[in-house]
Design a protein around this ligand. Structure first.
Ligand SMILES: *Cc1c(COP(=O)(O)O)cnc(C)c1O
Length: 428
């Protein structure tokens, strides 16, 4: 070996498996896992080969601080083209005038919105974490919780739906500067108009966090936050089925300018251009007619999965779902979320433990399970497959409740799951 050479031979040409077998093997094993399991984690999906290509492209090499047409680095013409494409597509898709497609993640999008519209110490009214809210809406451990005064609304005990009366009362009493509608485990359509009225009365901005249901809005299977929201944010990798990251949308030019200035230079330096390329392709795919079929099927599938679980006596919070996800309340079954999700994982069904409204357990334990249908639907699962999965979940949980050794049951169901997923192949 000539140790004066700058590059190993093949720097620009050798495959990962040749250059770094250890890393390549982990990625290969992950592909096998993704192929084999029934993926019911609500925040996951499978991107298209096209998105994969854009996100893994040489756009990663380009540094461009700023926005299209006003960059701090030269040679940004292609970056500008991609970012403009992503912005135009986002605006068309969600029926709004302005979009910022640079946030690296959904939480960073929310952080930028907080910083653009508020001063530290201002009051924010958002959904409580155990009611279905999100860490970035003011959880005590999150920067939003440390820097802002958080007031939380919850859901009604009797039906698990948002307690709008409570939210209205809190908005009137506490006069928040920002009200957030949307969460990560709330399964029902939100009354955006009612939130807008509430925000108007309190003199607050309304942020709709559609991280989970953005794909349904894009596919016209869910009401659009516009024109009710002052700002909306979405992740592009959950039901939007694409590149990992966040976007921020608005209709008001003053708000849009503040958001742009907060994302860069306020929060980030150079954006992930490979991510923006991926977002452009994602949003282009979501504009196609097939995406409407997909979004409708996601909703039908969540209903089918809810129905099967309820048939088997499991308590689905709110008695069903209008969106991509549902929440099972395990209280009264003798099971906790962590034990149940670990067992399902061993049975090839991937989901997550999740707090339920009024949960007495710690966040690492919880009394609930959250299931989503976005990924399975992309694979081609329809109502029939989700009904079957609902019964398999119930079989595994029923087995766990007997207190007997569940290892044989779990491996038997893993085999069934593998037979099912083999009929719906991913990535060639
Ligand atoms: C997933 C999610 C986000 C963003 O999460 P990241 O992991 O930071 O991308 C924000 N808000 C809600 C309600 C979410 O569910």
């Amino acid at each position: 070996m000539d140790d004066t050479s700058i590059l190993h031979s093949g720097y620009f040409t050798s495959a990962l498996s040749e250059v770094d077998p250890e890393a390549a093997q982990a990625i290969d094993a992950e592909l096998t896992r993704q192929r084999d399991v029934a993926e019911l984690i609500a925040s996951e999906n499978y991107v298209s080969q096209a998105v994969l290509e854009a996100q893994g492209s040489i756009m990663t090499n380009k540094s461009t601080e700023g926005y299209p047409g006003s960059r701090y680095h030269s040679g940004a013409e292609n970056a500008d083209r991609l970012e403009k494409l992503a912005i135009e597509r986002a605006c068309t898709l969600f029926g709004c005038r302005f979009a910022n497609v640079q946030p690296h993640s959904g939480s960073q999008a929310n952080d930028a919105i907080f910083m653009a519209l508020l001063n530290p110490g201002d009051t924010v009214l958002s959904m409580a974490l155990d009611a279905g809210g999100h860490l970035s809406h003011g959880a005590a451990v999150n920067i939003t919780g440390k820097w802002f005064e958080i007031v939380s609304y919850g859901v009604k005990q009797e039906d698990g739906r948002i307690d709008y009366d409570q939210a209205e009362r809190l908005a009137e009493e506490q006069r928040p500067r920002l009200i957030i509608a949307g969460g990560s485990s709330y399964s029902r359509t939100i009354d955006f108009e009612r939130f807008q009225t509430m925000a108007d009365k309190a003199g607050a901005y309304l942020l709709v966090d559609m991280a989970h249901f953005a794909g349904l809005v894009a596919g016209k299977a869910h009401p659009n936050p516009f024109p009710h929201a002052d700002v909306a944010m979405a992740t592009t990798y959950k039901s939007l089925r694409g590149a990992r990251g966040g976007i921020i949308l608005s209709n008001d030019e003053k708000i849009a300018r503040r958001i742009d200035a907060t994302v860069f230079p306020g929060f980030q330096g150079t954006p992930y251009l490979q991510g923006i390329a991926g977002k452009a392709v994602t949003l282009g795919e979501a504009l196609k007619p097939e995406f409407r079929t997909y979004a409708r099927q996601v909703v039908a599938n969540t209903k089918a999965l809810s129905a099967a679980l309820m048939d088997r006596g499991y308590h689905v919070v709110t008695g069903g779902s209008d969106t991509t996800l549902l929440l099972v309340d395990l209280r009264g079954t003798g099971l906790t979320g962590n034990v149940a999700s670990d067992s399902l994982d061993r049975a090839g069904i991937t989901c997550n433990k999740n707090a339920v409204p009024g949960d007495p357990e710690k966040p690492t334990v919880t009394s609930g399970l959250r299931f989503g249908t976005s990924a399975g639907t992309t694979r081609g699962f329809r109502e029939e497959e989700f009904q079957r999965l609902g019964h398999w979940i119930a079989d595994v949980l029923d087995g766990l409740r007997t207190g007997n050794d569940t290892a044989p049951l779990e491996s038997a169901y893993y085999a069934k799951v593998r037979d099912l997923t083999a009929r719906f192949p991913i990535y060639g």
